[in-house]
Design a binder for this molecule. Structure first.
Ligand SMILES: *Cc1c(COP(=O)(O)O)cnc(C)c1O
Length: 486
């Protein structure tokens, strides 16, 4: 029976349902499975022809005990969660221009047009399923750099068991992203635009972490989180690496590199997880923008918080990639004492130094780059200019720029799958900056046009008062709900 422990080692093992509903572990660590399940090459071969949803069922079954979610229910949850995806293959793989080595995997065909939809629908439907059985409810508080908020708001809208409080740094996400959250006519979705966030989404992460650090408050307000600190997110994201590998490689064992635009490191940790399970991925390219905490860690062994730069790829403007703790846990022999010392030191000084052996361990199968805004724009322009134009969003462009920068390192027949994590229509100003004001049809999406025609419903608040204001607003919502339901 698979169980979950904390990277800080301070809790007894729990089942999947507790790990998902609690979000953060009670000792301040992140939930991880006690052991990572392995898949044999024979079994991988058998999985390689499955559709995305059938594959998701097989992979997720390895992490979820059927005593917690029976197989039939799990299948249903997966079907429901991906029913709203626009593309028949859910995550299509496409060639990129004239370079036969490069492909893009489009992760943005979900209801809010970013890769966050992939895991969020399943996570929130699963929470709802578990809460219905427990006759209980939760308030989800989450920080967003622009895509997590819409995905969570959309998935939670109308759910009887959940309230959803997406917090976003006002003026640092696009208008389209804001409207995806504020145009939902759902009484249980409460977007909060927060002013004066010098570190953007990271400032909001800290507020969420402080709320969670108060156990009495957490219990009283039934708080949980669906940021990628939630195990369920990274678990579901591991599936697209299997799917991408099987679609890109005719034969199991063929070399394959994934280039991933990285912020909080949830998507890349999921790739690492897939490889630990036995998928023969040659290497990951960790593609940062100018916020290069991860690139610095991989290239020097120094994991260090820097000041935030606002870039054109705003969803990955992140200075503390918190899933890196999970990665450090598994790449340094799962030692919770070491992790605890590191996390505490990082909290105090904003920095940890890995020794030579530890640095070597994290570099195994990873390389990294930091892509400037100028390179992002140039990559966008170039890939749309050729004979087979392809319109990237700024984040997909970071992945492609990373692949172009490092492809000379690989054997000639190595394919590189670049993850396209958002639809270009979410970033019209940047599209115009790259391509001029006359944008092609691919740069629009009807759902965003629709959202712009609806009155926006939001709260606003200054970062300075956010914590107390949020508690008050949650208490008022709870009181109003009680009144409605008698
Ligand atoms: C969240 C996000 C990323 C980064 O994923 P992480 O798991 O945070 O590393 C990349 N691109 C887009 C468009 C995103 O929304």
């Amino acid at each position: 029976m698979i169980q979950y422990v904390s990277t800080r080692g301070g809790i007894s093992p729990v089942n999947f349902d507790e790990a998902v509903l609690q979000g953060f572990a009670a000792d301040g660590g992140l939930f991880v499975p006690q052991t990572i399940p392995k898949i044999s090459p024979e079994r991988l071969q058998a999985l390689s022809r499955l559709s995305y949803t059938d594959l998701a069922f097989e992979i997720l079954s390895l992490f979820i005990d059927p005593m917690i979610i029976p197989e039939k229910e799990l299948k249903k949850l997966i079907q429901t969660s991906f029913a709203g995806f626009e593309h028949p293959n859910i995550l299509p793989l496409k060639p990129l221009g004239s370079d036969p080595a490069l492909m893009v995997m489009e992760l943005f065909h979900g209801p809010t047009l970013s890769f966050k939809d992939i895991a969020m629908g399943f996570l929130i439907n699963t929470m709802d399923y578990l809460l219905c059985r427990r006759k209980s409810r939760l308030s989800l508080v989450l920080a967003t750099t622009g895509d997590t908020g819409p995905a969570a708001a959309h998935a939670a809208a109308g759910k009887q068991t959940l309230d959803c409080w997406p917090l976003y740094p006002r003026g640092m996400i696009t208008r389209e992203q804001e409207q995806q959250m504020t145009s939902l006519a759902a009484a249980n979705v409460h977007p909060v635009g927060v002013d004066n966030c010098p570190d953007g989404g990271d400032d909001l992460d800290l507020v969420v972490a402080r709320l969670f650090a108060d156990p009495a408050l957490k219990n009283r307000l039934h708080l949980s989180s669906v940021n990628s600190i939630n195990w369920c997110r990274v678990m579901v994201q591991s599936v697209h690496y299997f799917y991408g590998y099987f679609r890109a490689c005719p034969t199991l064992g063929d070399p394959l590199v994934f280039s991933v635009p990285s912020g909080a490191f949830g998507n890349l940790f999921a790739g690492f997880l897939a490889r630990e399970m036995g998928l023969p991925i040659t290497e990951f390219i960790c593609a940062n923008n100018a916020n290069k905490t991860l690139h610095t860690a991989f290239s020097t062994g120094i994991f260090k918080k820097n000041d935030l730069c606002q870039t054109l790829s705003s969803a990955i403007d992140i200075v503390v990639p918190y899933n890196f703790w999970r990665f450090l846990y598994f790449s340094t022999e799962k030692d919770p004492k070491k992790l605890t010392a590191w996390m505490d030191q990082f909290q105090k000084t904003g920095k940890i130094l890995l020794n030579k052996a530890e640095t070597h361990a994290i570099q195994k199968g990873f390389s990294s780059v930091s892509i400037s805004d100028a390179e992002t724009l140039l990559t966008l322009q170039k890939s749309f200019a050729g004979k087979d134009p392809y319109l990237l969003d700024p984040h997909g462009a970071v992945a492609v720029a990373g692949a172009n920068a490092l492809k000379h390192r690989y054997l000639p027949d190595t394919k590189i799958v670049c993850l396209a994590t958002a639809h270009p229509a979410k970033f019209p100003d940047i599209m115009a900056k790259a391509l001029g004001p006359d944008l092609p049809d691919q740069a629009f999406h009807p759902s965003l046009i629709q959202a712009s025609r609806i009155c926006q419903k939001l709260r606003t608040c200054d970062l300075e008062h956010l914590e107390s204001a949020l508690v008050l607003a949650m208490e008022q919502e709870a009181a109003a709900r009680e009144k409605r339901h008698g």
